[in-house]
Ligand binder design. Structure first.
Ligand code: LFR
Length: 487
């Protein structure tokens, strides 16, 4: 896989080809991608792909971390075999999940998946305690959402008090894999900012918020910026000499880094995968009751900059519905046929409210959708194409609503929407979003997260000057598809 290279206008940068490996772990799949940068062109090669998922054990949901580590090692060995001069590796994963370890880095508590229902009581308690909720939002800029690390950690400490003696460190998933690769335990800022435990003003851990959730401050160290070189790979002789670079560990921050954004700051972003991360970059966080009511999360870029965003349920709705039908299209052709059949149907008169918590992790997504529609006196679709149309239109409306709340709260007017990730290939979703938002949408069929991960490595290795320079190169050369809004 590759996309057209671009010419680096800045002569004087390194001209030898540099190879970097991006490990990108998503909730449903993972990949190891090697980027080859020759000073003018970045070519991508996917050297390893694998599925991912969480598993139920005794009524709780867990990630299979040993298997993920096995896949990472397999991918890196393949990367090194095919690109013997591999210079560096960086890892990003979905946000909010973490590993509790002792001083030596041994895992002392099983790694839960964020869709586990264990946070529901804590979520409801905080939702009912208005004063605490407002205080926590003012302190962290992160709203009350079921997957927050804060709620997960609070539940761990409450259900297993001995953990305070057993655990010495809380490493977010990318931090933990960085530790396995390099031997260094650090908390990287973008991953840390997804926890609801960082002080939104200082970018360091918030003592009052840690106290509120009864969490030991000693589990965390001051966050480091992305681009920090952690050292050489250790304990993996085949990769001797390869540098481990802490990239933006939160996949969304890496995906946003890859947005071919214009310097005028008027682009809105959607990273469309399991979740739709709808947001933009801003010089300050969006706070206060209206931002809290709109569920705006003021997460951080790898350099510490703000990226206010709203987390819309995303293609999880579609993926789970396809699973219910036992009809996931096997290839591009089958996808096209399904999307075509959905596109010719009339637009549904009643859309889903995509913020309904019932869509979080239901036993059957189709049944959850049907129940939601019936509650609103609407009829469920007649066939799979009908569900696809309904989901795409509903997600489009959800994306547009998020963008409107950003405009109201920031005073900013967006000029266009940039979309990367799996949804950028779904023309129905792209068109529905452009129509609902009344803005042109530029869709880039790009592994955005991996590209952002690679960009941060290239900058750390001084092969590219900075992110604006990288984005300018990307914008000049990347073929995108433009969807104009239809009235
Ligand atoms: C996307 C993502 C979102 C985060 C959700 C849960 O992959 O990282 O940004 O809110 O997963 O971690």
């Amino acid at each position: 896989m590759s996309f057209p290279g671009w010419v680096d206008g800045d002569a004087g940068f390194r001209t030898k080809t540099l190879h970097c490996a991006a490990i990108d772990l998503g909730a449903t799949s993972g990949r190891v991608i090697v980027g080859a940068w020759n000073g003018r062109r970045l070519a991508l090669t996917a050297v390893h792909r694998f599925s991912n998922g969480f598993h139920d054990l005794g009524g709780h949901e867990y990630w299979d971390v040993p298997r993920l580590w096995h896949e990472i090692r397999t991918g890196l060995a393949e990367a090194k075999r095919r690109f013997p001069k591999l210079a560096s590796v960086g890892i990003d994963t979905w946000g909010v999940d973490f590993v509790l370890t002792n001083e030596q880095g041994r895992v002392v508590f099983p790694v839960h998946a964020y869709r586990d229902a264990r946070t529901q009581p804590g979520l409801n308690r905080l939702a009912r305690t208005r004063a605490a909720l407002e205080r926590i939002y003012a302190a962290t800029g992160i709203p009350n959402v079921f997957y927050n690390s804060s709620l997960q950690l609070a539940e761990t400490v409450a259900s297993c008090p001995a953990i305070e003696d057993l655990a010495a460190r809380c490493l977010m998933l990318p931090d933990y894999f960085n530790f396995l690769l390099s031997g260094r335990m650090e908390n990287e800022i973008s991953a840390a900012s997804s926890t609801q435990l960082l002080d939104v003003r200082t970018g360091d851990w918030s003592r009052p918020v840690l106290d509120h959730f009864h969490l030991p401050a000693t589990w965390f160290t001051p966050p480091i910026p992305s681009g920090t070189v952690l050292g050489p790979v250790r304990g993996f002789p085949a990769l001797a000499g390869v540098k481990v670079i802490a990239v933006a560990g939160h996949d969304t921050a890496s995906a946003y880094a890859a947005m071919p954004a214009a310097p005028d700051g008027r682009d809105a972003y959607i990273s469309s995968g399991t979740w739709s991360l709808v947001g933009f970059e801003h010089d300050r966080p969006l706070l206060g009751p209206a931002a809290l009511a709109a569920n705006i999360a003021n997460e951080r870029m790898g350099d510490g900059g703000f990226r206010p965003l709203r987390n819309v349920i995303g293609l999880w709705l579609l993926e789970q519905t396809l699973q219910d039908f036992g009809a996931r299209p096997a290839n591009d052709r089958a996808w096209n046929t399904l999307i075509k059949a959905a596109a010719v149907l009339p637009k549904p008169s009643r859309l889903l409210d995509v913020s309904d918590p019932a869509f979080g992790n239901p036993p059957s997504m189709r049944a959850a959708i049907d129940a939601h529609l019936r509650r609103h006196r609407a009829k469920p679709p007649a066939n799979l194409a009908g569900y696809v149309r309904l989901i795409c239109e509903s997600l489009g409306a959800g994306h547009a609503a998020a963008l409107r709340s950003f405009e109201e709260l920031s005073g900013q007017r967006f000029r266009r929407i940039l979309m990367v990730g799996g949804g950028a290939r779904n023309r129905l979703l792209c068109q529905a979003t452009a129509d609902a938002a009344g803005l042109p949408l530029h869709a880039y069929a790009l592994e955005g997260t991996a590209v952002g991960n690679l960009a941060i490595q290239l900058i750390a290795l001084r092969a590219v000057r900075d992110l604006p320079a990288f984005r300018a190169l990307l914008a000049g050369q990347l073929p995108g598809t433009v969807y104009l809004p239809r009235s």
